[in-house]
Design a protein around this ligand. Structure first.
Ligand code: N2P
Length: 388
């Protein structure tokens, strides 16, 4: 099935290429020359053997940073942030001290336009060749020419449930056809509040999903749409137990039985609950109207003190075996074509990690937010959270 997605995406690229103006016939091939001299033995590194990375929590396979440190002698300082808003505020303030940051493309576009990122030194990242060209082509919407962004992982914002607890709380009531009803429709939320409803704690995670649920453009710029989303959300406010920045543990530990959460994190929560001895079934759902795709991307900050170490890490991350670890351990696809072959069958066949082509077609692709839209979202969200 995954092949179908790739095939469809590749087809789109091909069609786009076909649309191009015809080009002049190529010049005759030059006479063969001797092969280029062998590339230098190791990567180009900075004098100071340090690298500062700022990424989302629970997003790096165990041992990957240590393996990079061991191989290169570079000491990695790895910090985490919980929301795109938090990362953006830091970048805008400047002097982050971080070399690599991992924004979602919905924010990265503005960050690139604002001059907050520096261009990649692609000659230091030969493993970029491992990336799926169709995925790189979609990223050009946020980053023309793929000059700044390299995919870390992608996934989707969806409804995650502890099925065991949800079925119990719903009593005899059947599961809705559209899983978004579980978190947005009072008929369901009034029952599920007993076992805990959790929302991600971020305006730009919740408001687009709410817009989508009420049939609006998830990335709308129309203030009236925000008003409508706010009205819908107000009806379920009293049923929402928490706004969470620790969703994996909240689901795994039983504080929440239903959540608006990121796909891979729900899968991680399922694994963690099992490890903790729970027999409950935890799963990421595929709402019938579609879920919202996100792309998180590595970028090197404008004022990075260790840009060469950053390029070396990006290249390391793009090795096929590391890309496969990302899917195998974290439950998120990377878009690394060479790594796909190394993904374990049970992960490759998990339809909430590598979604099937027909569901993929229903999903809402990421766009970007204007400053005005972001402000409108923050206002709508804050009012909702405060319960006004
Ligand atoms: C964190 C995953 C972050 C995905 N585990 C949302 N950008």
């Amino acid at each position: 099935m995954k092949k179908h997605i790739l095939a469809a995406a590749a087809l789109a690229v091909l069609l786009a290429a076909c649309g191009k103006k015809e080009e002049a016939a190529p010049a005759p091939a030059p006479t063969p020359v001797a092969a280029a001299p062998a590339a230098p033995a190791g990567p180009v590194l900075d004098a100071e053997k340090t690298l500062n990375i700022y990424n989302w929590p629970d997003y790096v396979p165990e041992g990957m940073i240590a393996a990079f440190e061991k191989e290169t002698g570079i000491k990695v300082n790895y910090d985490t942030f919980e929301t795109n808003e938090a990362l953006n505020a830091k970048l805008v303030a400047g002097n982050t001290g971080y070399d690599i940051v991992v924004p979602g493309t919905v924010f990265a576009k503005g960050q690139i336009e604002g001059g907050l990122m520096q261009p990649l030194k692609k000659d230091q990242i030969p493993n970029l060749a491992n990336m799926d060209p169709a995925i790189m082509a979609t990223l050009t919407k946020a980053d023309p020419g793929n000059a700044h962004l390299v995919p870390w992982a992608w996934g989707f914002t969806t409804v995650g449930i502890n099925k065991t607890k949800v079925e119990k709380a719903l009593g005899g009531m059947a599961m809705p056809e559209n899983a978004w009803d579980l978190v947005f429709k009072p008929e369901y939320t009034s029952k599920l509040k007993s076992c805990g409803i959790a929302y991600l704690d971020s305006p730009t995670e919740i408001i687009p999903v709410a817009l989508h649920y009420i049939g609006k453009d998830a990335y709308s710029n129309d203030p009236a749409d925000y008003k409508a989303a706010g009205d819908m959300l107000a009806k379920v406010r009293k049923d929402v137990r928490m706004f969470s920045s620790t969703m994996i543990d909240d689901i795994a530990g039983g504080k929440a039985c239903v959540a608006i959460a990121w796909s891979g994190d729900v899968n991680i929560a399922a694994g963690r609950a099992k490890e903790n001895g729970s027999a409950d079934v935890i799963e990421a759902l595929l709402p019938s109207t579609g879920a919202l795709i996100f792309f998180d991307t590595m970028a090197v900050t404008k004022d990075a003190k260790h840009p060469n170490n950053a390029m070396a890490f990006i290249d390391f991350f793009l090795r096929p075996e590391n890309a496969a670890l990302m899917s195998n351990e974290m439950g998120y696809p990377t878009g690394n074509k060479a790594g796909a072959a190394l993904v374990k069958p049970e992960i490759a066949n998990n339809k909430t990690i590598f979604v099937e082509a027909d569901y993929f077609a229903k999903m809402i692709p990421p766009s970007s937010f204007t400053n005005e839209a972001r402000e409108a979202m923050a206002n709508a969200y804050n009012a909702f959270k405060k319960g006004r």
